[in-house]
Design a protein around this ligand. Structure first.
Ligand SMILES: Cc1cc2nc3c(=O)[nH]c(=O)nc-3n(C[C@H](O)[C@H](O)[C@H](O)COP(=O)(O)OP(=O)(O)OC[C@H]3O[C@@H](n4cnc5c(N)ncnc54)[C@H](O)[C@@H]3O)c2cc1C
Length: 419
């Protein structure tokens, strides 16, 4: 390690971004004794606008990452999901699953991200906040870290491997040549947090019959997630398969949604902070996700669920998979292990995400979207399977109606074009 002013350092891995994906990668690697540094451009964790729903699958993923349920108990627990349209509403428990609990949480992102960072630090990772990676260091064709700017002069962080965990816009990933498959579905979402007397409801509600100003159905949903602290997270998610996707302004749609729900949910007149949102690349739509000395994780890899836009669990899961692969490469002193990472993701998500893309396209057709919304919100016996499928909680043991429907959809992907 030679360093003018201690600024040039050598690590086993540099992780760019301390969101759930970056912290999970760092925790997995540091746990195995490797020297990891994580940098994040923000001074404080969890500034990302989010619906903050930690699904049962996410609870399980966080547990595997070292954050057990006792740490999550500070957040507001939700045991049910309510699906609502203009004329119907039904509530269902989260589906039962061998590997996931029967509940989720609504977790303030600042606190959730802080928990994950603390886990990485507890395992031995170094975390530098207020430091932005401005460009990769490329040495004879291999990525060897990043040029970094903090409060002082720019400097370099050098590492054997680099992990791209810089979120949905992923400028660092783009500098390495990643791109999003333009014909695959994408979501945009916008949220605000309002004081509400219903802040400690045990249900998370999804309103599944949004429409645009002309009354044409929008593929997506509105949400109301109680935070248990006097406030409710309210938001809208719009899939790019919606007919009017290009002309819908998510901020205006959120305003209209809040106005519709104000009385039902006792929403205060003003949010506690300005509304904000962003894009969510879906269904592993970004690639390449592995290079000779780097891997791409979480939103930077477009890892979020194509049916719901939920990305926390996939950020944590892909981070841990990447951490495992990098640990193997460091242990064996061979970078070839990195090339297994795309296959690991394909094995875990490939079929489900392909079905998700197919269903996104089908639901983007107003007639189909309307019928599915009416069906799902009509009774718990229908809502449960819909939530199971959309939440990627299919059972491998004791398959039921949802798994049967999924197999039919999967068979359809063999003949339907994937674009
Ligand atoms: C409005 C909205 C609502 C959502 N609601 C939910 C929900 O309810 N449940 C759910 O599961 N998912 C939800 N998602 C998706 C979820 O937020 C993301 O999938 C998740 O945050 C991805 O985690 P990540 O670590 O990959 O990226 P991020 O959480 O975006 O973290 C990336 C980090 O990288 C840092 N960074 C970026 N560039 C640089 C750089 N050059 N140098 C250093 N640091 C950098 C950023 O500061 C950030 O901290 C929502 C998304 C949006 C937009």
């Amino acid at each position: 390690m030679t360093a003018p002013g201690d600024r040039l350092v050598d690590y086993d891995a540099l992780v760019v971004g301390a969101g759930p994906a970056g912290s999970a990668t760092a925790a997995a690697l540091a746990r195995q004794g490797h020297r990891v540094i994580v940098i994040d451009r923000d001074d404080v964790p969890g500034t990302k606008p989010c619906g903050e729903l930690v699904t049962p699958r996410a609870v399980a993923a966080l547990g595997h990452c070292g954050i057990d349920e006792s740490a999550l108990s500070r957040f507001h627990r939700v045991s049910h999901i309510r699906l609502t349209t203009a004329t119907r509403s039904t509530s269902t428990r989260w589906p039962s699953h061998d590997d996931h609990p029967g509940h989720g949480y609504v977790a303030a992102r600042s606190e959730l991200d802080e928990l994950l960072v603390a886990e990485a630090v507890a395992r031995g990772a170094t975390v530098l906040r207020g430091h932005e990676a401005t460009a990769p260091i490329v040495d004879r064709g291999f990525v060897r870290g990043a040029h970094v700017i903090g409060s002082g002069d720019p400097f370099e962080i050098r590492a054997r491997f680099t992990v791209v965990a810089d979120g949905a816009n992923s400028r660092f990933g783009r500098a390495l040549g990643t791109y999003r498959e333009p014909t695959w579905p994408l979501a945009v979402a916008h949220r605000a947090i309002f004081p509400s007397a219903l802040h400690d409801a045990a249900e998370a509600e999804l309103v599944i019959d949004l429409s645009d100003r002309s009354g044409t159905p929008i593929s997506g949903f509105g949400w109301l997630f109680p935070r248990g602290d006097g406030t409710v997270n309210v938001g809208v998610m719009i899939m790019s398969t919606s007919p009017s996707f290009r002309v819908i302004n998510p901020a205006h749609l959120l305003d209209a949604f809040v106005a519709d729900q104000r009385t039902r949910w006792h929403l205060a007149d003003e949010p506690i902070e300005p509304a904000a949102g962003g894009r969510i690349p879906l269904g592993n739509s970004v690639g390449p996700i592995a290079g000779p000395t780097y891997l791409v994780v979480g939103d930077a890899a477009g890892a979020a669920n194509p049916l719901t836009g939920a990305g926390i669990e996939y950020a944590v899961e892909t981070g841990m998979l990447a951490g495992g692969v990098l640990a193997e490469a460091l242990r064996s002193d061979s970078a070839t292990a990195l090339q297994r990472y795309p296959q690991l993701l394909a094995d875990r998500y490939g079929s489900y995400y392909q079905v998700g893309r197919l269903l996104d396209r089908a639901l983007g057709r107003p007639a189909v979207g309307r019928r599915v919304a009416a069906f799902a919100s009509s009774r718990p016996a229908f809502a449960g399977p819909v939530v199971r499928l959309a939440g990627n909680q299919l059972r491998s043991r004791y398959p039921g109606a949802t798994e049967f429907a999924y197999r039919i959809a999967r068979a359809c992907t063999l003949v339907a074009p994937d674009h």
